[in-house]
Design a protein around this ligand. Structure first.
Ligand SMILES: NC(=O)C1=CN([C@@H]2O[C@H](COP(=O)(O)OP(=O)(O)OC[C@H]3O[C@@H](n4cnc5c(N)ncnc54)[C@H](OP(=O)(O)O)[C@@H]3O)[C@@H](O)[C@H]2O)C=CC1
Ligand SMILES: O=C(O)C1=N[C@H](C(=O)O)C[C@H](O)C1
Length: 266
């Protein structure tokens, strides 16, 4: 199989730098360029802390996508820039693999329509860790039997979006099997705003941000005389890389948007 030519947006980031290390080790992938906010025209190898790779850095996403011959753009930046990069990539015939979280429903719909128009694959995966994907699937199953559920997600304190993309996706999967209903006491009142968390159809999401954390989620179900907790922890960002690798391979076979890694796993 010919090499898959990859551009990484966000190469100095916690996830982007981990993705570069994965690409460096993977013989079927070739890094052809990076999109960053700084270091225009420098080689990746010249940036402290990044792997010794020759690909050039561009600060203009338009220029990178216009000049480079690429198959896939991996975006690991911010919600605002990830959305712009994803649309630009599709306009240039490059398939996006998006780990960036925090897109709005309207943005998701726009990207879905653009991918369909261009007949190009896009993978948007709020969580690339296989364990987290299983946690979400198990939660959907459990919600059929335990409709009262609260999601507690815990992340490092540099995270921009809340709730996490994983918590949003978990709630969406649960919504598919759970009748919308208010949880807790009917007369419940918050004496401090936000005490009961965010509300999705009566289901609550609580977001914790602390130094020392990486990415963790508990989905707690309550029933008569029992609770069930489904929990996943990413202790290192290596946990996401087998999913990123799978998404790069599979996006080449797709001609539309896929939202969630579960659609790519056997
Ligand atoms: N799907 C998944 O499995 C996972 C998804 N994520 C998501 O991935 C995203 C990145 O997370 P993380 O690596 O922790 O964040 P970081 O803040 O560590 O990295 C983001 C990087 O993007 C860079 N950046 C910002 N704007 C631009 C731009 N316009 N062009 C190019 N690069 C830009 C930042 O540069 P600078 O620092 O100079 O601003 C930074 O280096 C988040 O949305 C997060 O939620 C995270 C983990 C797993
Ligand atoms: O920002 C992070 O770190 C993570 N973001 C993703 C999310 O929002 O769910 C995935 C993982 O939880 C790590």
């Amino acid at each position: 199989m010919a090499d898959i030519k990859v551009i990484v947006a966000g190469p100095r980031g916690k996830m982007g730098s981990e993705a570069l290390r994965m690409i460096e080790k993977e013989p079927a992938f070739q890094l052809v360029g990076c999109i960053d906010r700084i270091h225009d025209g420098q080689k990746v190898a010249e940036v402290e802390g990044l792997p010794k790779m020759d690909a050039l850095i561009y600060t203009s996403a338009e220029k990178a996508l216009g000049e480079l011959e690429a198959d896939v753009l991996i975006d690991l930046t911010t919600p605002e820039h990830g959305y712009k990069h994803t649309k630009l990539a599709l306009e240039h015939g490059v398939r996006p693999v998006v780990g960036t979280t925090g897109f709005t429903e309207v943005q998701m719909e726009e990207i879905t329509n653009l991918a369909e128009k261009k007949e190009l694959g896009v993978v948007i995966a709020p969580n690339f860790a296989v364990g987290a994907v299983l946690m979400m699937q198990f939660s959907k199953w459990a919600a059929k039997h335990f409709p009262d559920v609260e999601i507690i997600e815990k992340h490092h304190d540099q995270k921009l979006d809340a709730p996490s993309g994983t918590a949003v996706k978990t709630a969406q999967l649960i919504q598919e099997v759970r009748e919308s209903h208010k949880q807790g006491h009917t007369d419940e009142k918050e004496t401090i705003d936000g005490a009961r968390g965010a509300d999705v159809d009566g289901m609550k999401i609580h977001s914790m941000r602390l130094p020392g954390l990486i990415a963790h989620q508990e989905v707690v179900f309550g029933g008569l005389g029992q609770t069930l907790t489904i929990k996943h922890d990413s202790h290192h960002r290596e946990s996401f890389m087998s999913g990123v690798k799978l998404a790069i391979e599979k996006v080449m076979e797709l001609d539309q948007l896929v939202y969630g890694l579960e659609h790519l796993l056997d």
